[in-house]
Design a protein around this ligand. Structure first.
Ligand SMILES: [Zn+2]
Length: 431
């Protein structure tokens, strides 16, 4: 794949013609190389040679369960072609090993290369990667490959002590950090407590992964605002998953992650798998383009968002994605209302004194969920204002338990070992 920076500015019609060609290549590839996809296409009268874009709807939507059940039949290459095995994070389901070929790794590099360009990066920049790069994690590897393609400098700091991060910031002078927003808050707090002149550090831009920094209207949320208020840096949000191997990254206008139509075809579907109306919240459903080992067609990601089609001020015509507003699997039905854990987290983030938090979800006998909020908090006098803030936002008040630390809670529920710190402990019976 040859990158042409002008591609992003092509008109929508040209982009869509290019995407149709890629979809055509995709169905021919899966038909020839995967028993899973061949069976679906034969059963549903989808012909690889006469395929037109409208035929995409003939494919069934698939979910993580399909991947877990049919993984080996979905893989389109022989073992000898596989270079890297990525593992999905498995916060809500058992993890899946996704194979990548050399071509897939090139595509991954292209994907993050274009993401970095969107943020205005050049080969003169130095990136400090503050996220996991080993443990079969895709994101860290993707950043490395994309930045390498850009020709910029890379510091693979990974997960580690805050002090170590400041040491490399001071010695190697990175201009970018790639980090989880709550970790950036820790960096700021550490700098303040230890007299580090962070305002005059080399860091000018931060690419934020894993957690939202914006609300649905693209204004900064509590964490985003906290960072923006205390550090003079530009923030960019990026969203991706191992299954789609593609990132939605913001440009400098901060109006949602840009959809890269060269790498991914997207739909926004409701619970009945029908397209939602413009502006409505739906589940992001993806079809990968250019993936060789493990292409996916109409995969429901479980991530809920809205899409925005007005051209961005940066000149790019493709859709922009809102922050992820929730996970379908984490939808909570409680005392007659429906909401997502993110709504509670957004409230808790407003209180600096809360050092850690988690929500435990259980099933009760009344076709409803039981919701228990657990927080690590020293200053217990704040509890009244925390309760009020939660009730104002979600209109109901789950139980709130105060702890010194949530280590024992996570151990008790057997989630202490997870790669990502579990904020949602879902004990509800799965039907
Ligand atoms: Zn833009």
């Amino acid at each position: 794949m040859i990158f042409n920076p002008q591609d992003q500015f092509m008109n929508l019609e040209t982009i869509q013609v290019a995407q149709q060609q890629k979809l055509h290549q995709l169905v021919q590839h899966v038909y020839a190389n995967s028993t899973y996809w061949k069976t679906i296409m034969d059963t549903r009268n989808i012909h690889p040679t006469t395929f037109v874009v409208e035929d995409l709807e003939k494919f069934p939507v698939i979910t993580k369960e399909n991947l877990q059940k049919h993984l080996s039949d979905m893989i389109c290459v022989s073992k000898s072609e596989i270079i890297d095995y990525v593992c999905t994070s498995g916060t809500t389901a058992s993890p899946i090993n996704i194979p990548l070929t050399n071509t897939d790794l090139d595509r991954l590099a292209e994907n993050e290369y274009q993401s970095m360009l969107l943020t205005g990066a050049t080969k003169d920049d130095i990136f400090q990667i503050c996220t996991t790069i080993d443990k079969q994690f895709m994101a860290g590897l993707a950043y490395f490959l994309g930045i390498r393609k850009l020709g910029a400098g890379i510091i693979r700091q990974g997960i580690g002590a805050v002090k170590t991060h400041w040491n490399t910031i001071e010695s190697l002078q990175p201009t970018y950090l790639i980090a989880v927003p709550s970790f950036v808050v820790k960096l700021i707090n550490y700098a303040i407590e230890n007299g580090i002149d962070y305002q005059n550090s080399s860091v000018k831009k931060i690419i934020c992964i894993g957690e939202n920094i914006r609300k649905e209207d693209f204004s900064l949320n509590a964490v985003g605002q906290k960072i923006a208020d205390s550090w003079n840096v530009r923030l960019f949000s990026t969203y991706a998953s191992s299954e789609m191997a593609t990132a939605f990254t913001e440009c400098e206008h901060g109006n949602g992650g840009h959809h890269n139509e060269d790498l991914l075809s997207i739909e926004l579907l409701d619970q009945q798998n029908n397209p939602v109306k413009p502006g409505e919240i739906g589940e992001l459903t993806i079809t990968t383009l250019g993936m060789e080992a493990f292409p996916l067609i109409r995969y429901k990601t479980g991530d809920l968002c809205t899409l925005h089609y007005e051209p961005c001020a940066c000149g790019i015509h493709t859709a922009r994605i809102s922050p992820i507003l929730g996970r379908t699997a984490q939808r909570i039905k409680y005392k007659g209302t429906t909401f997502y854990p993110s709504a509670i987290f957004e409230v808790l983030h407003q209180f600096d004194a809360i050092k850690d938090h988690a929500i435990v979800l259980e099933t009760n006998n009344y076709d409803s969920d039981d919701v228990h909020i657990h927080i690590a908090l020293q200053d217990t006098t704040l509890i009244t204002s925390i309760k009020e803030a939660v009730k104002t936002t979600i209109r109901v008040l789950p139980t709130i338990t105060i702890h010194d630390s949530l280590v024992m809670l996570r151990k008790k529920h057997n989630v202490a070992h997870k790669r990502k710190l579990s904020k949602v402990i879902d004990l509800r019976a799965k039907t």
